[in-house]
Design a protein around this ligand. Structure first.
Ligand SMILES: [Zn+2]
Length: 479
């Protein structure tokens, strides 16, 4: 179901919004226009429930005014004057939240076979936008030029998609053996990689599981020299060591921390499953984890929750939503269903414990004052499909014990703060970009209502969520 247009009048209203605030109106291509349902200068969303992204309680019967792509008013319906000439959308029964800002996204999918990780540059940007993600950080790139080109195409309106913070190629030693990944040879090599990609448009970096402390330190220093942040999915280097070397963010949470593996050798990733068995055995509320949390929080290390991909390794979890299954190619669907069959029915498996511990850890991290971020990480064996996955991640944060407004803040304003873009995105406030997710129902009462996306606004342009989702049917895994 899409928004109904009550009044559509194009007017000129230069002067209402300072030029510096007005979003650049992109020249939308014919392809992009297929998904657009609102594209006028002034839009008023009336009678909506607002969850503003700050963690504040929801407010009923609000009006939000968007002018030239910027939020210019928000407040009680009776208090906000709708400007003359505005397109008025009567949205009773809907909730409006900030467009999602999620930071562990990828433009590639684990296709398996020869390609292994296949860039899905056609379907993924549409799926992210469909799911309400208006700003994403790609947490590691297999095809950095493709990601950079895609970002430019999205920004100019050639293709629909989210605002992208593009992470450079994985900074990783020779252990991974993936032909898409450059095997690091030295700390100087790490410096070179970061410098090259920072100079060619990457705005973020990611270290992977097999790097030395010296390589990690060199990459961190070079990223910071360019004023950019760097995260890691680590193994060879412990969380505490990485924090000491200045890393800004850690991906996936405690389940990948090698800090608790007995007799861990420096700069070496312990043979699996040593890391996860060490975490399964540890008390998340105990002294050693609490001390690690204190240390990381004191060093301002953000922690990214990726519960959605972990969930796919756990038995007897709810099945993937029908739309996500239909988005896959037949081959990807078979791969996913075989993977799910391998996970099996055994709820005494390690992963049942691990998911619960990770949820507990994320709550403890936030309670200790740490910045928790969220992302969906569409990897694993293919059971994580962008768009659907962003919504699922929020549901899992609620299952972890966060309130719905906390889970939404983690997935909006926290991400914006980390990316240094909280002045522009991440909450519903006057002066910020009109990036909004409109859903039927009330996610504070029933978190699954987050799946009822109707319209996603990016810079004031409204996209039909369902039309975007449908455009990707049968594509995921291929392109
Ligand atoms: Zn990832």
């Amino acid at each position: 179901m899409t928004l109904s247009k009550t009044i559509a009048v194009a007017v000129s209203c230069i002067g209402l919004v300072p030029a510096a605030l007005a979003a650049q109106h992109p020249h939308l291509s014919e392809q992009t226009k297929q998904y657009v349902v609102v594209d006028t200068t002034i839009v008023a969303l009336r009678h909506v429930r607002v969850i503003d992204g700050t963690g504040a309680a929801p407010r009923d019967d609000q009006t939000i005014v968007l002018t030239h792509g910027v939020i210019t008013a928000v407040g009680d319906a009776g208090m906000i004057a709708v400007p003359a000439g505005a397109q008025i959308l009567d949205l009773a029964g809907r909730t409006v939240l900030p467009g999602l800002v999620m930071v562990h996204e990828h433009m590639f999918y684990p296709t398996g076979g020869v390609a292994i990780y296949n860039e899905n540059a056609y379907s993924f940007p549409k799926l992210y936008l469909a799911g309400g993600a208006t700003t994403i950080r790609t947490a590691g790139s297999m095809e950095p030029y493709a990601d950079l080109n895609l970002k430019a195409m999205i920004d100019t309106g050639a293709v629909p998609g989210p605002k992208m913070d593009v992470t450079g190629p994985y900074i990783e030693g020779p252990g991974l053996g993936l032909y898409q990944v450059h095997p690091l040879t030295s700390p100087a090599d790490a410096t070179d990689m970061v410098r090259y990609w920072a100079e060619h448009g990457a705005t973020s970096f990611k270290l992977y599981m097999d790097v030395s402390r010296a390589e990690l330190g060199a990459a961190v220093a070079e990223a910071h020299r360019h004023g950019l942040k760097i995260t890691g999915h680590l193994c060879s280097v412990t969380f505490r060591e990485a924090a000491g070397l200045g890393i800004d963010n850690l991906e996936h949470g405690i389940l990948v921390a090698s800090d608790f593996v007995r007799d861990k050798k420096p700069d070496a990733c312990p043979a699996p499953p040593a890391v996860v068995t060490s975490i399964a055995a540890i008390d998340i509320g105990g002294d050693s984890v609490s001390a690690l949390i204190r240390d990381l929080v004191a060093k301002h290390v953000a922690m990214t929750s990726t519960l959605g991909v972990f969930e796919t390794f756990v038995s007897r979890r709810p099945p993937i939503v029908a739309g996500a299954l239909e988005a896959m190619t037949p081959e990807a669907r078979v791969q996913y269903l075989q993977g799910r069959a391998r996970v099996g029915d055994d709820t005494s498996s390690l992963w049942t414990t691990l998911l619960r511990k990770e949820m507990q850890f994320e709550r403890a991290y936030a309670a200790a004052g740490g910045l928790v971020l969220s992302g969906s990480d569409p990897t694993g064996y293919g059971g994580v499909v962008p768009g659907y996955s962003n919504q699922r991640e929020i549901e899992l944060l609620v299952e972890a014990g966060f309130t719905p407004v906390e889970a939404i803040k983690i997935s909006t304003l926290n991400g914006a703060q980390y990316l240094g873009r909280a002045d522009h995105v991440g909450s519903i406030a006057v002066g910020k970009a009109a990036d909004l997710l409109v859903v039927r129902g009330d996610p504070t009462a029933r978190i699954r209502d987050i799946e009822n996306a109707e319209t996603v606004f990016k810079d004031g342009i409204g996209y039909d969520s369902q039309r975007l989702f449908q455009s990707a049917r049968g594509a995921v895994g291929l392109h």
